[in-house]
Design a protein around this ligand. Structure first.
Ligand code: ADP
Ligand code: ADP
Length: 227
């Protein structure tokens, strides 16, 4: 069952001098429900550009994207997004940071709190709901950001180098946790990374982008079962 459909998707940035930077030329790809896909490629090849288009945060200048059959025309509560920096609000507790998308969507307080507790447990932050972001390590903050992105049970989870700012050992631990979280949540995930080993460890399939302007050069299926 196809969840996400990219049909000859491209983006050219307009520059101030009237020129253009073609970051993505044409990407055609389907993502099935429950798949974990990595977008892999060197710096500047257009990975973030592609992810931002999928998130509806950047328009396509070519082609079309559908999520669950509906065209992606703007930010969609059906996709959750996690960036390199957790960007938690420092004056809110971890639980209230996680609840934020629920507040914006008008979810009743009791329901939000119950969902936050469930998510705190999923990301192994039980007992930290009342803490403030500064009291948590970088890895814990990123786990809180993942919990926040799952608040509205998005059908698609998008991550741009979510652990890129962490040291290598913490990153390994986080990737093990991420794999478990995504399996437990049954999430469909698209992860941007420049690390081949990270992509191989986490994904079912890897989309390899070449140098700019990017088209998909290769889609590699990872045979090892995820467990
Ligand atoms: P990656 O995530 O793979 O590092 P990006 O998607 O960030 O790559 O960028 C792809 C290309 O588009 C790069 O050459 C970058 O310089 C260019 N680019 C990104 N954002 C803009 C922008 N706002 N205006 C012009 N060019 C941009
Ligand atoms: P980089 O070149 O970006 O520093 P590496 O290619 O050295 O990255 O490794 C990238 C990351 O892949 C590791 O830091 C880790 O997050 C992930 N990774 C690879 N194999 C495993 C594994 N067996 N368990 C957990 N994480 C792994």
């Amino acid at each position: 069952e196809t969840l996400l459909d990219l049909n000859e998707v491209g983006h050219t940035y307009r520059t101030r001098d009237g020129g253009g930077v073609e970051a993505i030329r044409s990407v055609t790809e389907q993502v099935r429900k429950g798949e974990f896909i990595s977008i892999l490629g060197p710096s500047g090849c257009g990975k973030s550009t592609l992810l931002m288009m999928i998130a509806g945060l950047l328009p396509t200048t070519r082609g079309a994207i559908t999520l669950g059959g509906d065209p992606v025309l703007g930010p969609d509560p059906d996709s959750g997004i996690v960036l390199q920096d957790a960007v938690l609000f420092p004056w809110r507790t971890i639980s209230r940071n996680i609840q934020l998308p629920g507040e914006i969507a008008g979810m009743p307080a009791a329901q939000r709190q119950a969902r936050a507790d469930e998510l705190l447990s999923l990301v192994k932050l039980d007992g930290f709901g009342g803490a403030y972001p500064r009291e948590l390590s970088g890895g814990m903050q990123q786990r809180a950001a993942i919990a926040r992105s799952l608040m509205l049970s998005p059908s698609l989870l998008l991550m741009d180098e979510p652990f890129g700012a962490l040291d290598a050992m913490t990153r390994d631990e986080m990737n093990v946790e991420l794999k478990r979280i995504c399996l437990e949540a049954g999430a469909t995930v698209i992860l941007v990374t420049h690390s081949i080993s990270e992509a191989v460890f986490l994904s079912d399939r890897v989309m390899v982008l070449g140098n700019r302007p990017s088209t998909v050069r290769e889609v590699v299926s990872i045979d090892a079962p995820r467990e």
